[in-house]
Design a protein around this ligand. Structure first.
Ligand code: ADP
Ligand code: MG
Length: 485
């Protein structure tokens, strides 16, 4: 492997899920279990229907273009990509793939792969409409037009990734940006993200700036999970390296393959020789229109803080570790939750501890999102306050939290119901301590000789109070009373 250099270029498709309506139609842009419910005549390709551009979708596309460090066009226009397929009843897709200027023109984008900063050149990012989805059975197929016309962003990178890790780290960064910018849920499980992965290898010592030295591009179409992207890349690197070693690499045709989860391999679909001619031309039903500078400025100002920025902030402002900060910003909803807790007066450090340990563990275990969690930021703040004021111990607070989550009642109610409260009454603890000490005078002798009996006494008091004695106070009183004896 050391003899070869890997080149990977990505075409990442992400459905914009956060507009109210579709990109050229007034049908609702929302996920529906009921097939063919979010459709209008235009999504069905009925004659006489005309597209209307969704301004919100264009705005989101321009924002993505800015976040990627691309240049924005002066004019907006679209083109037709002509092909026949049942999932595309108009017989063309409205896109910006070749002739028109896309929403994002060449940019350079930095992302992290582990702790290493990497750079990728973005060829372009463009806005288009998604096709319908189809399901194939043995003797028939069914089509659901709900997806037809859903706004889709396609971003195309230069072949700058050198490993599966780099490619996947970039995809994860982009998913996070789409989520933080409220452009898309970017949920692979809902099919909102799909990637075409291009892989080739070339001799290590050749100059990669000379395109003539590049290897033959193998395109793997429609990989729909990041795990799939990683596996497909690694499989291709291995397959292509073997061809090199056998001396047959140069005979390999440029081709499109697909990733097969079952056999964990890429399978030949078609060679570039049978490439389809899409007969692109400018979409005549959408007039070219000028994008004002004011609008671009407005969009630029509304770009939110992304994960990296929030992470730095958590480390600087709240002294969180990089590790904890990384966990908190991984999902925007978790990060928002954390910020809400702080806004409500919660201590950042303990909020971070609650989230990264117990709460995220709970979400994982039950496969739910933080939005589905019964515990609201306010409830967490209440719970944290009860610990801080000494009403309950931190050990008890965990028990309370588990009950809150399992019984769906707020922390105050649980504390009342359980009758747990921390005993912070000096007189009461002192009485108990004296009783225990008097029963074990021989241990006090041993204590003076240097044996550690302290923990034993604390344990006895905790046992007697069912864990409710304030631990700090108990320790202090034991110390005082031993001194007296
Ligand atoms: P096509 O015209 O066949 O669609 P493009 O030049 O538009 O090809 O490139 C599509 C994608 O393939 C881009 O992401 C690009 O970076 C990537 N790519 C191009 N050539 C190679 C190569 N030799 N190896 C790996 N990826 C490549
Ligand atoms: Mg292309």
């Amino acid at each position: 492997m050391d003899k070869y250099k890997v080149m990977i270029g990505l075409e990442m498709h992400c459905e914009i899920s956060e507009t109210n309506t579709k990109v050229f139609s007034s049908a609702e842009n929302s996920y529906s279990e009921l097939p063919n419910s979010n459709i209008r005549p235009i999504d069905m390709g009925f004659p006489g229907t005309l597209p209307t551009v969704n301004k919100e979708a264009v705005k989101m596309a321009l924002m993505a273009s800015m976040a990627l460090g691309c240049k924005q066009p002066e004019y907006m226009y679209f083109e037709r990509k002509n092909y026949y397929y049942p999932d595309m009843p108009k017989n063309f897709q409205i896109t910006q793939e070749t002739k028109p200027i896309p929403v994002g023109i060449y940019g350079e984008f930095e992302y992290y792969c582990g702790d290493e900063k990497k750079k990728v050149r973005i060829n372009n990012i463009h806005l288009e409409e998604d096709a319908a989805s189809s399901d194939h059975f043995s003797t028939y197929s069914v089509i659901d037009y709900n997806r037809a016309g859903v706004p889709l962003l396609e971003l195309v990178t230069e072949p700058d990734f050198r490993s599966a890790d780099e490619a996947v780290s970039f995809l994860e960064t982009m998913r996070s940006i789409y989520q933080y910018a409220n452009i898309s849920e970017a949920d692979s499980k809902k099919g909102q993200i799909r990637c075409d992965v291009n892989v080739s290898i070339m001799d290590k010592d050749l100059d990669e700036n000379d395109m003539r030295n590049w290897g033959t591009k193998i395109e793997i179409k429609n990989v729909n999970s990041f795990g799939g992207v990683r596996d497909a890349i690694n499989y291709e690197i291995k397959r292509q390296t073997e061809l090199k070693e056998q001396g047959t690499y140069d005979q390999m045709e440029q081709q499109t393959r697909r990733w097969d989860e079952e056999s964990m391999s890429t399978i030949f679909m078609r060679s570039k020789v049978d490439a389809i001619d899409y007969k692109y031309f400018v979409e005549p039903n959408i007039p070219k229109y000028k994008i004002s500078k004011e609008w671009l400025d407005e969009i630029r100002k509304s770009i939110p803080r992304f994960a990296n920025e929030r992470m730095e902030e958590y480390m600087d402002k709240y002294s969180l570790s990089r590790y904890d900060a990384t966990i908190l910003v991984k999902e925007k909803d978790v990060s928002d939750y954390f910020e809400e807790v702080i806004k409500l007066g919660g201590n950042p450090k303990s909020a971070s501890n609650w989230l990264t340990s117990v709460i995220l563990g709970h979400l994982n275990k039950y496969d739910i999102t933080i939005k589905e969690l019964y515990l609201t930021p306010q409830m967490l703040v209440d719970l944290m306050e009860m610990v801080e004021s000494g009403k309950i111990s931190s050990k008890q607070s965990k028990e309370v939290l588990y009950k809150v989550l399992s019984e769906g009642k707020d922390p105050k109610t649980i504390v009342d119901e359980l009758g747990i409260k921390q005993i912070g009454d000096d007189k009461m603890i002192r009485e108990l301590v004296c009783k225990v000490l008097d029963e074990h005078l021989e241990l006090i002798e041993e204590h003076r000789k240097g044996r550690n009996v302290f923990d034993y006494f604390v344990g006895q008091i905790m046992k007697a109070t069912r864990g409710q004695a304030n631990p700090k106070m108990t320790a202090q009183i034991i110390r005082e009373e031993i001194e007296k004896r």
